[in-house]
Design a protein around this ligand. Structure first.
Ligand SMILES: Cc1ncc(COP(=O)(O)O)c(C=O)c1O
Length: 314
């Protein structure tokens, strides 16, 4: 049965963030809680999936096939969408077969999994990678890792509208910029495109600099015909993607306890810690108002629970 794009328009609240180091610096932050968009199809994922669903419908496909790691937030949201809206999903996974809380969920939500090994997964950008999968699953529409691409970035304009529509109840007439985690840079590029220079976008890199985010953003803006600019990228990776150290673990515990905002160590906590560094260094003038994008990913916290506990031991 051909997939139909569901008429589903979930909303996420914009909430003030209360933290001592923000108050000390006179910087105000409101968080767009995309983690609260939906219990399962949450974070930036729904926005990035929508154009792929539209492309699948246009192609007459029944469902989607995509790629990710054993803790992938993207595959998790895709599997949840497949279950919720009754379309088939297939996940191509990095590495050797393993059971993680995420892969257990993927299977429970009806996603069919194939493990590609590490070498097989590295080949995902090569021409011809998709051919055997398209032969095997001719009724499924392929989606690049993480749901990347210009249509996905452009779909993130809805995030900007969602936040702007909630400024008045906060008593904010305007804001001076966005702050968010960047993994591939797709969401960041989407905000930059939507803002078109009206408000700067600060991207906290979850991966070390030089691993492709810089060029992805430049290429997406160029493909959209927009001049580069209106954003900056800063290293928030703490030396490696998904690397969790004692300072980060302590920061997560403190920030969550003080603000009530749930964080995960790979994206949102690193982004918030990088913001603290900049705020404490005086980067933002007193009176600055920022929108922090909570990009979700809380399902991935389960993979780090043991390490968090280890680091918490004095
Ligand atoms: C929870 C979470 N936040 C942020 C990101 C980064 O988004 P993007 O890849 O669009 O930069 C991702 C995925 O990569 C993610 O899963």
């Amino acid at each position: 049965m051909t997939l139909r794009v569901p008429h589903w328009t979930p909303r996420a609240p914009l909430q003030r963030l209360s933290l001592g180091w923000l108050a000390t610096a006179g910087v105000e932050v409101a968080v767009l809680r995309l983690d609260l968009l939906d219990p399962l199809i949450c974070g930036n994922k729904w926005f990035k999936l929508l154009p792929h669903l539209a492309a699948a419908e246009a192609a007459g496909a029944d469902g989607l096939i995509s790629l990710g790691g054993a803790h992938s937030n993207h595959l998790h949201a895709l599997a949840a969408a497949g279950q919720r809206f009754a379309f088939p999903t297939v996940g191509l996974l990095r590495g050797e077969p393993q059971d993680t809380p995420t892969t257990d969920d993927l299977q429970a939500m009806g996603m069919h999994l194939h493990w590609l090994g590490y070498g097989g997964y590295r080949a995902r950008h090569q021409a011809g990678f998709w051919l055997p999968w398209q032969d095997r699953y001719s009724h499924l529409h392929p989606v690049a890792e993480g749901g990347a691409g210009l249509p996905a970035a452009q779909a993130c304009a809805a995030i900007v509208e969602m936040a702007q529509g909630q400024l008045a109840p906060l008593g904010w007439a305007d804001y001076q910029g966005w702050w968010l985690a960047a993994g591939t840079g797709t969401t960041l590029a989407g905000l930059v495109l939507a803002e078109a220079g009206r408000h700067p976008v600060h991207g906290a890199l979850a991966v070390p600099p030089g691993q492709g985010v810089e060029s992805t953003v430049i290429n997406l803006l160029a493909e959209a015909g927009q001049a580069t600019g209106g954003y900056r990228l800063l290293d928030a990776s703490r030396g490696g993607f998904a690397r969790l150290d004692a300072d980060l673990a302590a920061f997560i515990d403190e920030a969550q306890a003080e603000s009530g905002l749930p964080l995960e160590p790979v994206y949102t906590a690193k982004a918030l810690l990088a913001l603290r560094r900049e705020v404490e260094a005086g980067y933002f003038a007193r009176g600055t108002r920022l929108l922090f994008l909570h990009t979700g990913g809380l399902q991935g916290r389960r993979a780090h629970a043991g390490r968090m506990q280890e680091l918490a031991v004095p």
